[in-house]
Design a protein around this ligand. Structure first.
Ligand SMILES: [Zn+2]
Length: 272
């Protein structure tokens, strides 16, 4: 499993290598096509996989998950793909642990990361995820160019989806206006095609926080015919002076040797 890749030269990113990660939710079989595109362009990322999807969409077979896990990081996403905030702590714990153990049996290694379904989390859910032994958890908070302050509230920059302007503005307002988030919102509101907008957002991240986190659903790429646009974006990201990491690699970069050493990352697996 690769946690870091990419050139370290810096030109368009103002002297600092932009740290780029991607994440892909729900374990749909089309994730394998995302993996091929990431490899084609030398990018990295993390795939969050539920055991089954109670919403009816297919999930990769155990064999496919094992194969994907040899190429990229696999994270957990609950057993049935359910929001945890409306469940009792016992039922939520079952959803978290059953998925973690299932994935670890398939992969033969630790699954360090978790993504909250629909981004729903609260203090209780975060505590249950930490107690289950995860090292970080990804949220749905977006328009961020910094990694945030809490490893169980890892934010993203933007979803690979052509949202309406009103959706971007609503996300901006609900997440708390700030100069850095305003700079990202501005790039996403222009009239360029999706790949160009998102690529310019990555450049805006390089000028401010230094982190760019793209996330998406492969089943949405199918439904909205976004594959060529993703190919175009990944090629453009490759041209930036970036370092490509998994979600775990991103978290390890943030917290290695930092203030939050309660759950230290294993050194060898997550080193550059
Ligand atoms: Zn999901």
């Amino acid at each position: 499993m690769r946690f870091f890749s990419g050139p370290m030269d810096a030109d368009r990113t103002h002297g600092q290598p932009l740290l780029v990660t991607t994440s892909w939710d729900d374990g749909h079989p089309s994730d394998l096509r995302v993996a091929d595109l990431l490899e084609k362009h030398g990018l990295n990322g993390t795939f969050y996989v539920p055991s089954i999807n109670s919403e009816g969409r297919p999930v990769m077979s155990a064999t496919e998950i094992a194969q994907l896990g040899r190429r990229f990081e696999i994270g957990a996403h609950t057993r049935d793909h359910v929001s945890l905030t409306g469940l009792s702590p016992q039922v939520a714990t079952d959803q978290i642990l059953a998925n973690k153990h299932w994935l670890e049996d398939i992969l033969g290694e630790e699954v360090p990361g978790f993504a909250y379904v629909r981004g729903h989390h609260n203090r209780t859910v975060r505590s249950l995820v930490a107690k289950a032994g995860f090292r970080y958890a990804r949220t749905g908070r977006n328009l961020m160019s910094t990694p945030g302050a809490h490893r169980f509230q890892v934010p993203t920059t933007t979803q690979f989806f052509p949202h309406s302007r009103s959706t971007y503005v609503r996300n901006y307002l609900s997440g708390g206006p700030s100069p850095r988030r305003t700079a990202i919102l501005t790039t996403l509101l222009n009239d360029d095609r999706l790949a160009t907008r998102v690529s310019r957002t990555a450049e805006a991240c390089a000028r401010s926080g230094g982190y760019f986190h793209l996330w998406g659903h492969s089943w949405e790429l199918d439904a909205h015919s976004l594959w060529n646009e993703l190919d175009r974006l990944l090629a453009q990201l490759r041209e930036l002076a970036v370092r490509f990491v998994t979600n775990a690699g991103w978290c390890e970069r943030v917290w290695r040797g930092g203030h939050d050493q309660a759950l230290p990352f294993p050194g060898a697996r997550h080193s550059a």
